[in-house]
Design a protein around this ligand. Structure first.
Ligand SMILES: *[C@@H]1O[C@H](CO)[C@@H](O)[C@H](O)[C@H]1NC(C)=O
Ligand SMILES: *[C@@H]1O[C@H](CO)[C@@H](O)[C@H](O)[C@H]1NC(C)=O
Ligand SMILES: *[C@@H]1O[C@H](CO)[C@@H](O)[C@H](O)[C@H]1NC(C)=O
Ligand SMILES: *[C@@H]1O[C@H](CO)[C@@H](O)[C@H](O)[C@H]1NC(C)=O
Length: 371
């Protein structure tokens, strides 16, 4: 593990110089790309970012539960400081009827590095918020994102942050140094582990709801993904009026693995049905602004399932009546690296460190003619 830590720290130093170089190039690029002018700068004083993370509201009893009607555009004030979720109503403490713990019982709200400054005015000027789930040891993958498609975070209408769980002791100093350098590492209140991936997604929703509720849309993605941000912005703009929606690579009629030997084992207590509801695969999916809070609140009331995509975009979204729209532009798989294929994709999966740079060059390639 010490090897990883040292490599990460050295990588941070090296990439610092690279970032300076790349930022210069980016400025030129951005100037050339004549992005539509965002609305006038809102008065900052009226919309000071919240001081601390507000935990999600305690879930309402099932009988009285109604769909949240939260209009983010209307909420110009910072979220209120509601009391800690640990004191929330006994409905959270109750184990689900079938015997699996509820997600709300496992999830501790709050973020250790909230970085509210990433979303000025709660994201009012942002067309897109990209939250990249990442693991503490993946410093190189985060660097590759920052040095390539992560450059779009410099736009006024795009924000990008990484969401991690708590790091093991030996990586904490490296994470602190990385965050001191880039200021884009958000850390939730859960141990970073594969089985906690769903907690990471809930933590991401909580951050978006608390610090960035006015951003136009939220992209959930991972640190081994290449995201074609300009194409995603066009995609989101064409659907700016859509309500309560998720877009991505939608899988239909997927069956839960009932053998305990499977990495994807799901007990009947976790999910009783024979077939999973339609869900958007985890590597990248776009969530409409108005779906973020309902998903966050409803997730707490469902039995915990480590398959974050099935859980959130399938089970929880399904119960809320949030539509899952399939779009072929979300490849969410490896793609033969031809510039035209890259330029047509929104999201490409399983991208190694060096491949990020190759895809980035090909995205910006202006010489190849694509039909
Ligand atoms: C949501 O709130 C708005 C404004 O208060 C109201 O016009 C609308 O009917 C509400 N929608 C639902 C589904 O309750
Ligand atoms: C939030 O509420 C708690 C409990 O009432 C209080 O101790 C804390 O000081 C409050 N924080 C802020 C920022 O208002
Ligand atoms: C998941 O997170 C919780 C809360 O931090 C922790 O207690 C638990 O050990 C974690 N799971 C794993 C497998 O580390
Ligand atoms: C969204 O609605 C507004 C107002 O009705 C309309 O002017 C605009 O063209 C719509 N945008 C899209 C992408 O449909």
């Amino acid at each position: 593990m010490s090897v990883t830590g040292a490599g990460g720290a050295a990588g941070v130093r090296r990439s610092h110089a690279l970032v300076l170089l790349a930022l210069g190039l980016l400025l030129l690029m951005l100037l050339a790309s004549h992005a539509p002018a965002p609305p006038a700068r809102p008065a900052p004083a009226a919309m000071a970012p919240p001081v601390r993370s507000a935990p999600p509201s305690p879930p309402a009893p099932l009988a009285t539960r109604t769909r949240s009607n939260h209009s983010a555009a209307a909420s110009t004030s910072p979220p209120t400081n509601s009391s800690s979720s640990s004191s929330s109503s006994s409905t959270v403490k109750a184990v689900s009827r079938a015997g699996a713990p509820l997600t709300g019982q496992l999830y501790a709200a709050g973020h250790r590095r909230p970085h509210p400054e990433l979303c000025p005015a709660l994201g009012a000027r942002l067309r897109l918020l990209v939250l990249v789930t990442s693991a503490p040891a993946h410093a190189a993958a985060r660097d590759a994102v920052r040095l390539t498609w992560g450059h779009y975070a410099a736009r006024r209408d795009v924000a990008i942050a990484f969401v991690l769980g708590t790091a093991p002791d030996e990586l904490r100093a490296a994470i602190d140094a990385e965050d001191a350098l880039y200021g884009d590492v958000v850390v939730g209140n859960f141990v970073d582990a594969y089985s906690n991936l769903t907690l990471k997604t809930v933590s991401m929703l909580e951050w978006a709801d608390t610090y960035c509720p006015r951003a136009g849309a939220l992209l959930k993605t991972d640190d081994d993904m290449f995201i074609n941000v300009p194409r995603l912005l066009r995609f989101a703009a064409a659907r700016a009026n859509a309500s309560l929606a998720v877009w991505g690579r939608v899988i239909r009629k997927s069956l839960p693995k009932r053998t305990t030997k499977s990495k994807y084992f799901v007990s009947t207590a976790q999910f009783a049905g024979k077939v999973f509801p339609d869900f958007a695969t985890g590597p990248a999916y776009l969530v409409s602004r108005d779906a973020v809070r309902p998903l966050l609140e409803a997730a707490a009331r469902e039995p915990y399932l480590p398959l974050e995509d099935v859980f959130l975009t399938g089970i929880v979204a399904g119960k809320l009546g949030i539509k899952r729209h399939h779009s072929a532009e979300f490849y969410n798989k490896k793609v033969a690296a031809h510039p035209c294929a890259i330029q047509r994709a929104i999201s490409i999966h399983m991208v190694q460190y060096h491949e990020q740079f190759d895809l980035w060059r090909k995205l910006l390639d202006g010489k190849t003619k694509c039909t």
